[in-house]
Design a protein around this ligand. Sequence first.
Ligand SMILES: Cc1ncc(C[n+]2csc(CCOP(=O)(O)OP(=O)(O)O)c2C)c(N)n1
Ligand SMILES: [Mg+2]
Length: 772
Amino acid sequence: MLKKTQAPDLDALRLLDDRLRWLSAWTIHNANHLRESTDGLKVGGHQASCASMTAIMAALYFHALGPNDKVAVKPHAGPVLHAIHYLLGTQSREQLQNFRGFGGMQSYPSRTKDRIPVDFSTGSVGLGVAITAFASLVQDYLLAHEMMKPEEAGRMVALMGDAELDEGNIYECLIEAYKHDIRNCWWIVDYNRQSLDATTAERMFRRFDEIFASCGWRVVTLKYGKQLEAAFEEHGGAALRQWLEDVGNADYAALTYLGGGAWRERLLKDMPEVKPILDARDDEALAALMTNLGGHDMDALVEAFDGAQDDVPTLFIAYTVKGQGLPFAGHKDNHAGLMNPGQIAALREKMGIAEGQEWEPYAGLGGNSAEAAKALVENSRIAKAKRDRPWKIAEVPAIVQPTGEEQSTQAAFGRILLDLAKAGGPLADRIVTTSPDVTVSTNLGGFVNQRGLFRRQELRDVFAAANIPSAQKWGMRPAGQHIELGIAENNLFLMLAALGLAGDLFGERLFPIGTVYDPFIARGLDALNYACYQDARFMLVATPSGVTLGPEGGAHQSINPPLIAMGQPGLRHYEPAFVDELALLMEEAFRIMQREDGESVYLRLTTRTLRQIERAGNSWQADAIAGGYWLREPCPGAEAAIVYSGAIAPEALAAWEALKDDLPGLGLLAVTSPDLLHRGWSGRRSARWGGKGTQPSHVERLLAPLSRDAGLVTLLDGSPAALSWLGGVAGHKVSPLGLDRFGQTGSLDDLYRHYRLDVGAIVEAAAELFLE
Ligand SMILES: Cc1ncc(C[n+]2csc(CCOP(=O)(O)OP(=O)(O)O)c2C)c(N)n1
Ligand SMILES: [Mg+2]
């Protein structure tokens, strides 16, 4: 993927660096000092974090980026991205003026909330970096499956702060990326030696080169600008260079803040031999020289980007000054620092911008300079990026439930995928499965045997070649449809995020299905939230779950995922008990994943084998999709109902049998999604205040036949809070059963008895409802 870059107009790029520094600072200033404040709260923004990246971003966007490249921008440099789009004509002045305001441009780049094209949302540091590596893997997947043409491919770029290198997810990703031999990925570190609280530890920096290099990355360090390089050639230059190599980050930052006089005094004290260099410059020139770092030097940046035009993943470490060109440059507390009105006025004057011209895109530039800068922007390759590539909706075939009187939802999930893989078709061809080393134990093995593992280069299955019998045939090939990950659940969610954005990023919708043990969802929670925040679409299959896992014990028995799902926007939780429910809900999930207003789907499954039930018809199906249906209808005015979710269905059914004669008209409600029921209920209540939505929600309709004084026994193999709220819907009394302590080893009988999920507990809970 060699891309020819034109010889750039470096002077124009420098002007654009200034423009971006000004516009980002002014946007933040306007929000904090000029826009009317209704609540008196500080609006915030990060002028220093923007200023350290404007040169890097000018060189990248107006020179290096091609039309197919995608970028994750350092969260706190969001205003720079908006300024770029302002120059490109894809962002309005009103949006800049409404920075951090309601409906205005977001604090951190957001795919779904910003009006400019944002390739990847960022905000939770580290995640925006790692997703670019997974996106490059997705691109390779699409290329290998001939869903993308080679000329449509681009480079996945992350702009990151140096403190982001402390996030562990970076290294998990690095290892996985190396295993998959990723390419076409650039990570550019804004090495300004500062984090939020302090200056960063210089000790680590020499190590980063080694870590990345050992994972197959090319490391390009842009330490010094051309001015400093030239000064190193002067008399005393060698000593100056050595001094800069050895100086601590805190020292360097403090001197930067103090300026020319302080530099002179300190350098003279440390090495008298540099006197000729100092004598040849006034204080201002000396300060400029000492902060002439690679990340602010257009020559160095362009040279570095032009020199990395092959597909080798590349880490650029660009040395910068946090707050470059601003009065608090280098100050250790400048992370959230804001220029005061006097300071911004001084900067305006220094930039030659007349009062009142602050929002003019090319203010302060003479005619020729403005023309040159404008021409560079208009002719940049990113200006020609095609953004809207609509993808086709895949027809979802009827998903047939696997046969068998006794089945678990986990085994049935595996069978359904195997059947889909065998039957083929557009949906099956676009399914991509992935799992962090639990492919076999979550029953994905059948699908993988059928469709193979994805690998850019064919890798034969050594065990199969040696005729060693195994149920798993794990040949790797470009046509494979399973991406096997190492045990790092965070990577699973980043992989799902990237796969789930294939339509938006590359114009081809995939159907990602990721499997994980239910308790270990917690390990990747921020990445899961990140995936949903970007509106990535995937199916998350979490199994086994709850104490139903039995002898595996408390470390593997999940308790709170139903609550996680309830609190997670963009993710719909389904918890089927029977395999006909599973088939129905999977079929629906494939549609929901494709709908414009759709979302991702989380299926919480189990290894418990249940006797399947007879159905009198299909009337339950629409209700099951909506979140719940009456497995045993209550009589009008019934005094009680048992409400259950998932694997403990047999206990609920048996308790219903035991109680039905004592509690006439007793209902048995199967909740397929506590999450959907709750959403419908609370959504309807808020809609009512907005003057909309007078229709009762699904759960209100379901509970309507019950007497106002009726009681509910709720139960699920998880936190009881996922269902106990049902009492609030119509004011029913509730006796909630579920897990609120850690699980332990044991047989199902032992565990259900101990954790009060057995028939006896349900009967007692029902009795309790009528005691008061
Ligand atoms: C996961 C996460 N933890 C904490 C924060 C709060 N935070 C925002 S920026 C930052 C430090 C950023 O330093 P660096 O990455 O070096 O960026 P820069 O110096 O360029 O601002 C922190 C801790 C966050 N955004 N995300
Ligand atoms: Mg930093």
